[in-house]
Design a protein around this ligand. Structure first.
Ligand code: PEP
Ligand code: MG
Length: 580
């Protein structure tokens, strides 16, 4: 029995057999051939290359239409690899001398080139290794008649073990088949972790050595609440976890009884508890967990796992369906936040050195007004079907906000001219998740209807800690005094300007932290549906005055660790059942 410690990403306990998932791995069969078969093998390679060429040109065409020619040109390097005559000659030579199937020889020849390229001093050539690697996989898949593996194809229950999983891969998981997943890399607020919570799949990330220590078929226990993975557990441990699993399910069942009760403190201070969603089909879970609306609809997930952009009509369908299902409760649609760890798939944008600080969110939308407008048209058209609100991600200054609002206004006028109805009292808010916006929130407040604090990003930018990097996860502290001060500043500025302030970062879903936020005066808490009952339980167990004094005292402490210990001790006083 071995226990590995990682980062808890999504709560719950699961037991099952391991299945190693590597989205990039391709098993290559080895087969001897006769000298007379060399030309036949070469013909197979030529056919696979032609097919690959067609696929790449097809992607280029879509890229040019969706993102512009310069993005499509990135794939020219892929096409050049296919045309390299010397590679062909090496393969023919390999086939003749080694008398092995073409997959083996091709893989060996390309592998040699990759090694040479990765060692060269020439930066341009070094950067081409990713292109060659991509073409290598495409050709091999075509040679072997394989389609890219996806988790959607899994047909029996398993615990997925992977080095990394992208949010789009996670979004394809079926809860019936994926019992849990564990990864070597990743952080607590990575979108992969957020997606796991939404799907209610227990997950542990940042285990570093999971793919080295775990083998296919190993029996495992995944404790997503504590962030532990037990490989080959002894019977006593299995029994202990079975009891724990039943207890966990029982606590969750009991908490669901709170569903229809108000999110109100003992002294009748009310707050709004809403849910975060990534996809429209999460609405039943939102309702089952008793949310008073949707505080964050991460619309960019509609853009993942496809090779083109969703049409205005598809988006309208998604937004109006959610609006109707939640009516009269509000649904806050966040305009797309592509970039960071959420990229298009299977087409990816050119890699950036610092994707989280790069071309993402509102920056992308303002650079591509055509794509942005189609989203805004869809939101406005859907607004007559329920209670929609709109917010922009990653606002870093007033100009960005004004430009986004200008485009919104133009789209409203356009719809007016076309005689298309929309709700004209649409509330528009800004996410405050960049420290510059937090510092000038008093200037932003008069220009918006509400703030929603995005702590997942605010913490990473304020503390300079990449939210998906497990090596520095210990520094990612929501309780850091700097974070407390920023959050207080945003809430106070919002209230001074008579607007409400919500939070849709993961911080709002942790009971000890939400006790602090309650005391700081936060009006709306938006979190994964599964976390909602726990937060509601906390709120219903305290006096607001107690939370205010906790917040006041927490602000005097000097380190994140001190704040964390103090908040846990305070929570224990009022709701011991919520402290492990
Ligand atoms: C945040 O940054 O806190 C947030 C809610 O947005 P996302 O996690 O999608 O970046
Ligand atoms: Mg964010």
């Amino acid at each position: 029995m071995i226990t590995l410690k990682g980062i808890p990403a999504a709560p719950g306990i699961a037991m099952g057999k391991a299945m190693l998932f590597d989205s990039g791995a391709i098993a290559i069969p080895k087969r001897s051939i006769q000298p007379a078969e060399v030309s036949l093998e070469m013909l197979r390679l030529e056919e696979a290359m032609i097919k690959t060429r067609h696929q790449i040109i097809g992607i280029q065409k879509r890229l040019a239409e969706d993102l512009g020619q310069e993005h499509a040109d990135i794939l020219n390097a892929h096409l050049l690899v296919l045309e390299d005559q010397s590679v062909r000659e090496e393969i023919i030579h390999g086939l003749k001398t080694q008398l092995l199937n073409v997959e083996m020889i091709f893989n060996e020849v390309i592998g040699r080139h990759l090694k040479a390229f990765s060692r060269t001093e020439d930066e341009y050539l070094r950067e081409r290794t990713a292109d060659i690697e991509d073409v290598r996989k495409r050709i091999l898949r075509n040679l072997l008649g394989k389609r890219p593996e996806t988790l959607a194809q899994l047909d029996q229950p398993a615990v997925i073990v992977a080095r990394d999983l992208s949010p789009s891969e996670t979004a394809q998981m079926h809860r019936q088949h994926v019992l849990a997943f564990v990864t070597d890399i990743g952080g607590r607020t990575s979108h992969t972790a957020i997606m796991a919570k939404s799907l209610e799949i227990p997950a542990v990330v940042g285990l570093v050595v999971a793919t080295k220590r775990i083998q296919k078929g190993d029996v495992m226990i995944v404790d997503g609440t504590r962030g532990e993975v037990i490989i080959d557990p002894d019977p006593e441990t299995v029994k202990r976890y079975e009891i724990e699993q039943r207890r966990h399910q029982e606590v969750n069942r009991q908490l669901l009884h709170l569903k229809d009760l108000p999110a109100e403190t003992l002294d009748r201070h009310r707050v709004i508890l809403s849910a975060n969603i990534e996809l429209p089909d999460e609405v039943p879970s939102v309702i089952a967990h008793g949310a008073a609306g949707i505080g964050l609809f991460r619309t960019e997930f509609l853009y993942l796992n496809r090779s083109d952009f969703p049409t205005e009509e598809e988006q309208f369908e998604a937004y109006s369906t959610v609006a109707r299902q939640l009516k009269p409760q509000p649904v806050i649609i966040r305009t797309m936040d592509l970039g960071g760890d959420k990229f298009f798939s299977p087409i990816q944008l050119p890699s950036e050195m610092n994707p989280f600080m790069g071309w993402r969110a509102i920056r992308f939308s303002l650079a591509r007004p055509d794509i942005f407008r189609s989203q805004l048209r869809a939101v406005l058209r859907a607004s007559v079907h329920g209670n929609l609100k709109l917010m922009y991600p990653m606002i870093s200054g007033i100009e960005e906000l004004r430009r986004a609002n200008e485009i919104l206004h133009e789209v409203q006028q356009e719809l007016g001219r076309e005689g298309v109805p929309y709700a004209d009292a649409l509330e528009v808010g800004a996410m405050i998740e960049v420290p510059s916006a937090a510092m000038i929130c008093d200037l932003i407040a008069p220009e918006v209807d509400f703030f929603s604090i995005g702590t997942n990003d605010l913490i990473q930018y304020a503390l300079a800690v990449d939210r998906v990097n497990e090596k520095i996860a210990y520094l990612y502290e929501p309780t850091h005094p700097a974070v407390l001060r920023l959050v207080k500043r945003i809430i106070d500025a919002g209230h001074e300007h008579k607007i409400w302030v919500g939070m849709c970062g993961e911080m709002a879903g942790e009971p000890a932290l939400s006790l602090l936020l309650l005391g700081l005066g936060l009006d709306e808490f938006s979190t994964s549906p599964v976390q909602l009952p726990i937060v509601k339980q906390m709120i219903r167990s305290v006096e607001h005055s107690f939370a205010c004094s906790v917040a006041e005292q927490a602000l005097t402490l000097k380190t994140g660790k001190e704040v964390e210990a103090f908040l846990l001790a305070s929570l224990k006083q009022v709701a011991p059942a919520l402290v492990e």
